[in-house]
Design a protein around this ligand. Structure first.
Ligand code: ZN
Length: 290
């Protein structure tokens, strides 16, 4: 089971989110039939987004992250809620295999240069959007830069997706450590010391270790305390009802031309690839209801 934990350390001066996301990354890979570099990029972003979703407090809060870039992948879109659900898709699912060195996928090369836009909708106020230029396209670096630039929160982010030789996801996970406003110089040094103990996120989860163990490894010396544990999953909330709304939004004229074409209309959800078919009679009915 994929899950994340949220904890605090150093008397609440530091907070940590740690997540194992192997199943959700594999579900994303299967859903979109992604090649290894895309599997890694999308998996890292999904893991980061599900953690960012947890940072949002309201039940109906939604967060989306969009990357638009000039690499072969072109970018991706992901969306997470505050209850552990995340979904996403790459703009190009199959790209050439590129490694930095044997066994280490070059995600930055597949993503390329571009922008990352984060939109937060807490379900109450107007959605808030902020955009940064990608730091490296490696996703974790980009999120670190996003937290520093857009939220003014010094953070350390680690995300890893290990793709097996048969191209399935062997293991995946990640963490975000954030310094609270009252963090001292000593707390920062403590975090830096902790980070040095971690060889890599992928090695940690490859060895079958847990998010709790990751939090303990990174912040154990600062007295880490786990406050919450939550299941996370790749999950799409699309439905025929939602898709129908999207279809109506094309307008009367467009609906009439669909009827004139005489062919059933297929609507596909980008996030989960579910298709919804509307026959001519369905469209006639929709048009009549407007
Ligand atoms: Zn869907």
């Amino acid at each position: 089971m994929d899950y994340m934990v949220r904890g605090i350390a150093a008397d609440g001066h530091v907070r940590i989110f740690a997540c194992v996301s192997t199943e959700l990354c594999e579900k994303a890979r299967k859903t979109h039939n992604t090649s290894p570099n895309v599997t890694a990029a999308l998996g890292r972003m999904l893991t980061g987004a599900v953690i960012m979703g947890d940072m949002m407090k309201n039940d109906d809060a939604v967060l989306s992250v969009t990357i638009k870039s000039d690499g072969p992948m072109k970018g991706l879109s992901v969306s997470a809620d505050s209850k552990g659900h995340v979904k996403g898709f790459p703009y190009v699912a199959q790209v050439p295999f590129v490694e930095k060195y044997a066994g280490k996928l070059d995600v930055g090369a597949s993503v390329g240069k571009g922008t990352m836009t984060v939109v937060k909708d807490d379900g109450i106020a107007e959605p808030y959007a902020s955009q940064i230029n990608l730091a490296t396209g490696e996703i974790a670096d980009d999120l670190t830069y996003y937290f520093a630039e857009s939220e003014q929160v010094p953070s350390a982010v680690g995300l890893g997706v290990l793709v097996d030789t048969d191209e399935t996801v062997h293991s995946a996970g990640g963490f975000v450590i954030q310094m609270m406003p009252d963090a001292t110089e000593e707390d920062i040094e403590g975090v830096e010391t902790g980070l040095k103990k971690l060889t890599s996120v992928t090695d940690h989860f490859k060895a079958g270790k847990t998010p709790e163990e990751l939090a303990e490894l990174l912040l154990g010396d600062l007295g880490v305390e786990i406050l919450e544990k939550k299941e996370v999953s790749f999950d799409c909330n699309c439905s025929r009802e939602r898709v129908t709304k999207a279809l109506i939004s094309v307008g009367k004229k467009e609906l009439q031309s669909m009827i004139d074409d005489g062919e059933p209309v297929e609507m596909k959800c980008n996030y989960c690839n579910s298709t919804y078919t509307f026959g001519i009679d369905d469209i006639k009915e929709l048009l009549a209801s407007l």
